[in-house]
Design a protein around this ligand. Structure first.
Ligand SMILES: Cc1cc2nc3c(=O)[nH]c(=O)nc-3n(C[C@H](O)[C@H](O)[C@H](O)COP(=O)(O)O)c2cc1C
Length: 349
């Protein structure tokens, strides 16, 4: 459906069923740019668009290990992907070792390139089941959970976590070394604590601190508030991280991967996409979303993306309001593809 992935860091995607040994997140110093796992955002259509625009690796949203071992339809749908998305990681979470073990095996059977463990989700309903960032309060439990997943699968296992539970429990160096010993092959750190949620700024100073950890050699992927090509260069040059992961800044802006790679390669900033390009891309994503989820959910899933596709356009607010009221794909496509920005109004003096 969406073709020709642009894939600077690792060449063409792996052929069907073959694990690409050059997985960029596993290569120290690869400077890969990765799409973050985001619930109800990082679905297959969006991942395809990001790969096409230069994301070197993509991850599914987190999928409950309990739902996976129950064989739930929703979890099967979340694990489904197209070949053009490779390299792709399936992210799992949970608070029970048996469930994580079983889920890792089932995830492997879907034939992704990586299995990722979520040790960072701050949401209460996840944490109260000892999953996500809850493991930051109990590093022994995190170690057992990581070991269980590593044992369950022959695929490389990566981890995504936060700095700590709160400011008093930032033990990220110890956590990184422990995960490395447990067999984890790369680590992504969202540079906030669990108690910070999404507030304040991501604390990038911890990336250099982590890279300077004696004995730590698995790749470190930096995450949190990376929104521009200049941020990317700063993190690669000043902090020495091996990769960066982009979340919110990619929503409605899959071009960010192309922009970052171009800037890293040439030092030039590319011009922003035109309004027509934005409307066309948004329309393509909507069509792909409906093809993947069916019309009702396909239209609903797109609601998180319109805001950024339309951001900064003069009469965009009204377009967005109209789109949000529509339930049929054809009606939304008509609005998007016929949209023209209002001319700038000048006040006569
Ligand atoms: C809507 C949304 C959903 C998210 N879902 C997940 C998830 O499923 N798994 C995960 O590890 N992180 C999840 N995150 C966290 C992001 O992966 C990322 O760590 C965070 O947004 C910080 O990066 P950013 O500043 O580039 O957005 C989510 C974030 C957002 C905004």
């Amino acid at each position: 459906m969406i073709s020709k992935p642009y894939h600077p860091a690792s060449g063409a995607p792996a052929a069907s069923g073959r694990i690409d040994p050059r997985l960029p997140v596993l290569i120290p110093g690869s400077r890969c740019v990765v799409l973050a796992p985001m619930e109800d955002v990082s679905d297959s259509p969006f991942r395809q668009m990001c790969r096409e625009q230069g994301a070197d690796v993509v991850y599914t949203e987190f999928i409950s290990s309990e739902a996976i071992i129950r064989d739930s339809d929703a979890s099967k749908h979340k694990m489904a992907f197209e070949e053009s998305e490779r390299p792709l990681g399936i992210q799992i979470f949970g608070g029970r070792e048996e469930a994580m073990h079983g889920a890792a095996k089932i995830a492997e059977a879907s034939n992704p390139d990586l299995v990722d463990i979520n040790f960072g989700c701050p949401v209460y309903k996840v944490v109260k089941k000892n999953a996500g960032s809850a493991c930051l309060r109990d590093i022994g439990m995190m170690e057992r959970m990581a070991g269980t997943v590593v044992d369950a699968t022959s695929l490389p296992v990566t981890v995504k976590t936060r700095l700590g539970w709160d400011d008093n429990t930032i033990r990220i160096r110890e956590v990184a070394l422990m995960l490395q010993s447990a067999g984890v092959k790369a680590l992504t750190v969202h540079a906030r604590t669990r108690s910070q949620g999404y507030k304040g700024e991501a604390r990038w100073e911890y990336f250099k601190y982590l890279k300077d950890t004696p004995g730590l050699h698995i790749p470190l992927i930096a995450n949190g508030d990376i929104t521009t090509p200049e941020h990317a260069r700063h993190l690669f040059e000043e902090s020495g991280v091996d990769g960066i992961m982009i979340g919110r800044a990619a929503i409605g802006n899959p071009w960010i991967f192309r922009d970052i790679h171009h800037y890293l390669d040439t030092g030039e900033l590319l011009p922003a996409p035109t309004i027509e390009e934005r409307m066309q891309m948004c329309a393509r994503q909507l069509r792909a979303s409906v093809e993947h989820h069916g019309e009702r959910f396909g239209v609903i899933m797109m609601k998180k993306h319109y805001g950024n596709y339309i951001k900064g356009i003069r009469n965009g607010k009204y377009l967005r309001m109209e789109i949000m009221e529509k339930e049929r794909m054809e009606d939304i496509l008509e609005l998007l593809l016929n949209f023209r920005e209002e001319p700038e109004t000048r006040i006569a003096v």
